[in-house]
Design a protein around this ligand. Structure first.
Ligand code: ADP
Ligand code: MG
Length: 202
């Protein structure tokens, strides 16, 4: 079972992933947590390049390829071996993030992103994707309190476009991409998330 957490910055992905991981482990499941970009030693070095505020000159295509380089490493080194062992893999972002941020947000196109996905992931796709949905202003306030990086300094219009793209994705793949109301307390959101996850694991 491969579960991904998606949503704009500050929507609560990392918070909810940790809560699901704990709950699954309490239920006796083997769980592997990963994060994109990152998840591996090599991936974390790529992440540093992507998030460095001095890299404002990073071209959109170079950025796209770096995301997939980190992802290919994560798939081979962490995700596929864990799935083969029978673990539940939880990933904080995956290809859907690249689809909405680079494909739609930066206008590189979904076709390009999906072509690279075939190279990097070779057919691996999430069984379930939790789309944490929240208003852009609320999410940006949360993200700012945590300290902004290069991606989080982007403007409101960009994030609205990204949120719209997530909505389109869940409309196109309703069985996989489940929107979750991400407002309210972390525990309130976690209860909504768990309802979906526990039903899927049965
Ligand atoms: N339901 C919530 N209500 C209020 N603050 C939250 C909630 N969930 C997360 N936060 C806080 O908002 C910030 C962003 O949450 P985080 O889980 O890091 O989001 P993401 O990983 O999607 O960027 C963190 O400081 C976190 O503690
Ligand atoms: Mg996070």
């Amino acid at each position: 079972m491969f579960i991904t957490f998606e949503g704009i910055d500050g929507s609560g992905k990392s918070t909810q992933l940790a809560l699901v991981a704990r709950r699954l482990r309490d239920a006796g499941r083997a769980v592997v947590e990963t994060v994109e970009p990152g998840g591996t030693v090599i991936g974390r070095k790529i992440r540093q390049i992507l998030l460095d505020p001095e890299h404002s000159a990073l071209s959109p295509v170079a950025e796209l390829l770096l995301y997939f380089a980190a992802r290919a490493q994560n798939v081979d080194e962490v995700i596929q071996p864990a799935l083969r062992r029978g673990a539940v893999v939880l990933s904080d972002r995956f290809t859907d993030s690249t689809l909405v941020y680079q494909g739609h947000g930066r206008g590189l196109g979904a076709d390009t992103v999906l072509a690279l996905d075939r190279v990097a992931c070779r057919g691996l796709a999430p069984n379930l994707t939790l789309f944490l949905d929240i208003a852009v202003d609320t999410a940006l306030d949360r993200a700012r309190q945590r300290g902004a990086d290069r991606m989080e300094a982007e403007d409101h219009v960009f994030y609205q476009r990204v949120r719209d793209a997530y909505h389109a994705l869940s409309a196109a793949e309703p069985a996989r991409v489940i929107p979750i109301d991400a407002t309210g307390s972390p525990d309130a959101v976690a209860a909504r998330v768990w309802t979906v996850v526990s039903a899927r694991l049965k």
